[in-house]
Design a binder for this molecule. Structure first.
Ligand code: V47
Length: 349
């Protein structure tokens, strides 16, 4: 669909939009509801950047609520969070002003060594690590190319990348909400390079702050274009802006209807990306389940209380954990068939 058609459809009566998105969802994913078993490592929240929507970042070690893990702390953290059968470790944090490439590489090496000991032949553990923004800063601060950076991380064990840092590609909006980090063009270039090296990635959009619906559609169309070129995106994740504890708090938050409309438009605009993820720690479990009937097909994972980015921004889930039993029961109650996947959407059970 064209930009104009998508913009018109955004305003269609809710049942029309829902039916259109569900038709695409069913064509691509049938009645499956995908999930995985995973935990996150957030090595630090001390960050060189000052994104206005972020409630998680701290200036330095003396700031209240700041943390920073040393390499020696990575393994004990993995020991505490890993449960037998988990298949993914998601590593994402901040751009620490004092850490060099050796630190980020060291984290991957530590996590890989831990995962190699704990994984089984049936359930290998995948490392999904570092947003394009983190990669951009590693390259700039350490004078290395994106190619070399990704090759080195991939040799150490990075297998796929999360979709964070995309925010909204519109330069005007980016200038207002996150002026000092990688541009939209740079974000796309880094994902293009990852795909060319056989590293699949996810993509995201942060919506519900100062951007317009047109900005969102332009963002989706850029992602669609890159996917047509590379085929390297596994999943798209619309991230609803949560307003607590950041400098955009005064904006409040968009309604549930607007969230569901955005999921529906995303599913329709991005029918060349196989999965739309409703990330439950951000949306809350109820809205994430509802999104399944508006184009989404993937809930992300069990998490095991290992992320703080969203609870600090006001998300309902203070200590986010979702058991497989609860997930299956919720899926069944809504008429979906829960399937456990690995990081590449191969069915595990
Ligand atoms: O880029 C930060 C977002 C992202 C807020 O790829 C906020 O599987 C809403 O991308 N309100 C990082 N959103 C997280 C991310 C992610 C998460 C889970 C799974 C995957 C995946 C990727 O979080 C940031 C930013 O867009 N974010 N602050 C906030 N206040």
């Amino acid at each position: 669909m064209t930009r104009k058609e998508l913009l018109e459809l955004y305003d269609a009566p809710l049942p029309v939009l829902q039916e259109a998105a569900t038709a695409v969802r069913r064509r691509i994913n049938g009645d499956l509801l995908w999930y995985n078993r995973n935990f996150h490592i957030e090595p630090s929240n001390i960050c060189a950047h000052r994104c206005r929507f972020c409630s998680y970042r701290r200036d330095d070690a003396s700031s209240p609520g700041a943390w920073s893990m040393s390499l020696d702390e990575i393994r004990p953290y993995c020991e505490a969070k890993f449960e037998p059968g988990m298949t993914e470790i998601h590593v994402v944090g901040s751009v620490h002003p004092d850490k060099d490439f050796g630190y980020y590489l060291g984290i991957i090496q530590e996590v890989r060594a831990f995962a190699d000991e704990r994984q089984s032949a049936e359930r290998p553990v995948t490392i999904k690590a570092y947003t394009a923004v983190e990669i951009d800063d590693m390259c700039r601060y350490n004078g290395i190319s994106v190619q070399d950076c990704l090759e080195t991380l991939s040799r150490a064990g990075l297998q796929t990348m999360p979709g964070g840092g995309a925010e909204i590609f519109s330069p005007g909006v980016r200038e207002k909400i996150c002026p000092d980090k990688a541009s939209g063009e740079r974000w796309l270039e880094i994902h293009r390079t990852a795909h060319s090296k056989g590293i699949p990635t996810n993509c995201t959009m942060l919506f519900g702050h100062i951007e317009s619906r047109t900005d969102r559609i332009d963002h989706l169309l850029e992602l669609r274009k890159l996917q047509q070129e590379t085929g390297g995106f596994n999943a798209f994740i619309p991230l609803k802006f949560r307003s607590a504890g950041n400098s955009l708090s005064g904006l409040g938050e968009v309604s549930g209807d607007e969230v569901l409309r955005t999921f529906a438009i995303s599913r329709i605009a991005l029918d060349n990306i196989p999965h739309i993820k409703a990330y439950w720690p951000m949306l809350g479990k109820d809205l994430a389940m509802e999104a399944m009937s508006w184009g989404a097909d993937d809930m992300d994972g069990t998490i095991n209380d290992s992320t703080r980015i969203y609870s600090l921004a006001g998300a309902e889930e203070r200590n986010p954990s979702l058991s497989v039993a609860e997930l299956k029961a919720r899926a069944l109650a809504s008429g979906w068939k829960a399937v456990e996947r690995d990081s590449f959407y191969k069915i595990i059970s």
